[in-house]
Design a protein around this ligand. Structure first.
Ligand SMILES: [Zn+2]
Length: 328
């Protein structure tokens, strides 16, 4: 495991906080935040993040392997890169979060809650991202790597924040190259890290769900090799060079409705063991809260991230409809 990840997981700051790697200079900016800047002039900037949820270890291990490859000189870095381990304290304890879910707090939502670990971290990450994007190459990408709690009919998929203009083909095609079998397009703003970078900095952002969460060292990393390989290719070559003969392959969905835990009487009528992308037919009761009932509105809707145990006011699940691939 590379030193940046090791020190972050141990809660330590390295003795040396800046230096030179093969073809780039690096700087440790904050706990869990390091910037790599190529010596040659580049036009592309990338935020590569993992560990926003502290129990999602495989993406941290992928990140560590990619950093190892960069430091060995195996990748000729052609992006300005900000590497972010989202929630170091949660990673250190192997918990999803300490006080509340970090990935609901971005876009200033942290300011409306009781101060705590995650609120402070969201504020800090917003500052760090703002500094990076104020002073970086013009093409902006953000890849935020996660693993899911439950099983999924599409084991690897991406969730893309709301965006007013079309998603460039190069971005969607790279996500497919990284092994994502489905792409889910949000229609309204939200509090995730990727929503923040997309909404405030017009970054091409994706929350990448790469499989099931396991403890450190228990991940079958061969499952993740497609993504790791695609990241190495991206960092060393840039998106334009990756497009040759790439055919659209991902199934595409948009969010049709959100299930929100509105009050104490809220009941989610989706069984606990329901896997992501399970279809439901029109009229099926999904959730109720006293008199308010939420049912499937379209012919078929697919469930994503059902979770009755969220705090009041937060998302208990998303319902999706399938849409044509934008470049299909
Ligand atoms: Zn996650």
């Amino acid at each position: 495991m590379d030193e940046f990840v090791q020190k972050t997981l141990a809660g330590l700051v390295p003795a040396q906080t800046k230096g030179e790697g093969p073809g780039f200079r690096w700087q440790w900016l904050e706990q869990g935040v390091i910037r790599l800047t190529p010596h040659s002039k580049v036009t592309q900037s990338l935020i590569l993040s993992a560990g926003i949820h502290g129990n999602e270890t495989a993406p941290v291990e992928i990140l560590s392997q990619v950093l190892d490859a960069l430091w060995r000189g195996d990748i000729n870095l052609c992006w300005d890169v900000l590497v972010v381990l989202g929630n170091p304290l949660a990673l250190q304890t192997g918990k999803r979060y300490q006080a509340c879910d970090l990935n609901r707090l971005f876009g200033g939502r942290w300011a409306k809650l009781e101060p705590g670990t995650e609120c402070a971290r969201a504020e800090l990450l917003e500052q760090v991202v703002g500094d990076f994007f104020a002073n970086c190459a013009p093409v902006r990408w953000h890849l935020d790597m996660h693993t899911a709690i439950r099983g999924s009919l599409h084991p690897r998929f991406g969730v893309l924040p709301a965006r007013n203009t079309a998603w460039p083909a190069a971005f969607l095609h790279w996500l497919e190259l990284a092994g994502l079998e489905a792409l889910v397009f949000h229609q309204t703003p939200g509090g995730t890290f990727t929503h923040f970078t997309a909404q405030y900095y017009d970054a091409l952002s994706c929350t990448m769900e790469l499989g099931k969460a396991m403890p450190f060292g228990q991940n079958n990393l061969s499952v993740f090799s497609v993504t790791r390989h695609a990241l190495g290719e991206l960092l060393g070559r840039g998106p334009e060079t990756l497009l040759a003969q790439q055919q659209p392959v991902a199934r595409c969905y948009k969010v049709s409705q959100q299930l929100t835990r509105t009050g104490e009487k809220f009941i989610l009528h989706i069984p606990d063991d329901t896997v992501n992308f399970t279809p439901f037919s029109k009229g099926v009761l999904l959730a109720e809260d006293g008199k308010n009932k939420q049912v499937v509105q379209q012919e078929t809707e697919y469930v994503l991230f059902p979770n009755p145990l969220v705090a009041q006011g937060l998302r208990a699940g998303l319902m999706l409809t399938e849409i044509p691939h934008p470049y299909g």
